[in-house]
Design a protein around this ligand. Structure first.
Ligand code: ATP
Ligand code: MG
Length: 277
């Protein structure tokens, strides 16, 4: 199999008409991959993504071909999927204001052309979820697109459909998570086109690498929120005084690795309502 792409966290292999997406145990903070893996992280996130794909199948078809027809050494952490022609857009829905959305709001009072009321804070809940697509820059930073920009890029009918699907995926995910005490602040989806023209949900879905999860009972607008997954690593890394946040990163101490692994397992168990074995 040919390795065609290696991201910070995942590797993508080509196998005939399919791709195999393999999630590693690598962990990154401030966009720097640290030298110490977090055991099982790749498996946990892959299983969470598969769980969501299945639950969202009535909203939108997905790219999953098989989670078992993969090389045995990757079982659990790999997904065989259809190779799609990806749309060059990150389809983002936000229910809360944070990250780049917050920065944009502070500058323009709007995000991706969607006006928002004045007075919102870091972490505020939005009056209703908004659709805030961005470009998918191969170099430099992703930029917000207005709905008209999106129509220009992918056509009116496709833009309308994917806005509706993106918001529905977010709302479903957020509602399910809310029952379990978790806030989904925002989520990023990727879509591609199958050879027969169908629009298909690709990449990963509602994992902590593509979405922000917060504990509902710790949520407090007006300050940064604690991310359910990587906060332990971030907090520890901010105490490493001789690291300037450029590669190479420092090795992660054992107790921080263990605490991080426990957070990933907690997220999986809370969301799916099943036990991680
Ligand atoms: P990083 O995660 O380090 O920011 P990245 O996004 O390039 O970088 P990955 O997310 O690991 O890295 O890479 C997965 C790549 O595979 C992405 O470019 C994604 O758009 C693409 N992809 C996902 N699913 C499919 C699919 N079904 N067909 C074609 N490409 C896909
Ligand atoms: Mg990616």
């Amino acid at each position: 199999m040919e390795l065609i792409h290696s991201g910070k966290v995942r590797d993508v292999y080509s196998d005939g008409d399919d791709l195999i997406l393999v999630a590693s145990d690598r962990v990154s903070v401030y966009d720097v991959v640290l030298p110490t893996p977090v055991p099982d992280k790749g498996k946990i996130l892959t299983q969470l993504s598969l769980w969501w794909f299945e639950r969202l199948a009535d909203v939108v078809p997905n790219h999953v071909v098989s989670a078992t027809d993969v090389p045995p050494e990757w079982i659990g952490r790999a997904i065989r999927c259809r190779r799609l022609e990806m749309l060059p857009v990150e389809f983002i829905a936000r229910g809360y204001l944070t990250g780049l959305g917050l920065k944009e709001y502070e500058k323009h009072g709007a995000v991706a052309g969607v006006p928002l009321p004045p007075g919102l804070l870091e972490g505020s809940k939005l009056p209703k979820p908004i659709f805030t697509p961005t470009t998918k820059a191969t170099e430099g930073h992703d930029e917000f697109m207005t709905f008209d920009d999106l129509v220009g890029e992918i056509g009116g009918a496709t833009a309308e459909r994917l806005r509706r699907v993106t918001l529905e995926v977010y709302e479903r995910g957020a509602a399910l998570a809310a029952e379990r005490g978790i806030i989904v602040a925002d989520t990023k989806l990727e879509f591609g086109r199958a050879p027969e023209g169908t629009l298909v949900l690709a990449d990963e879905v509602l994992t902590s690498d593509s979405s922000r999860f917060w504990l509902a009972d710790e949520w407090q607008p007006g300050r940064p929120q604690h991310a359910l997954d990587k906060q332990v690593v971030r907090d520890w890394s901010s105490t490493v005084t001789d690291w300037d946040r450029t590669p190479p990163g420092p090795p992660i101490p054992d107790d921080v690795v263990e605490a991080t692994r426990a957070r990933y397992i907690q997220l999986y168990e809370r969301i799916t309502g099943t036990t991680w074995e």
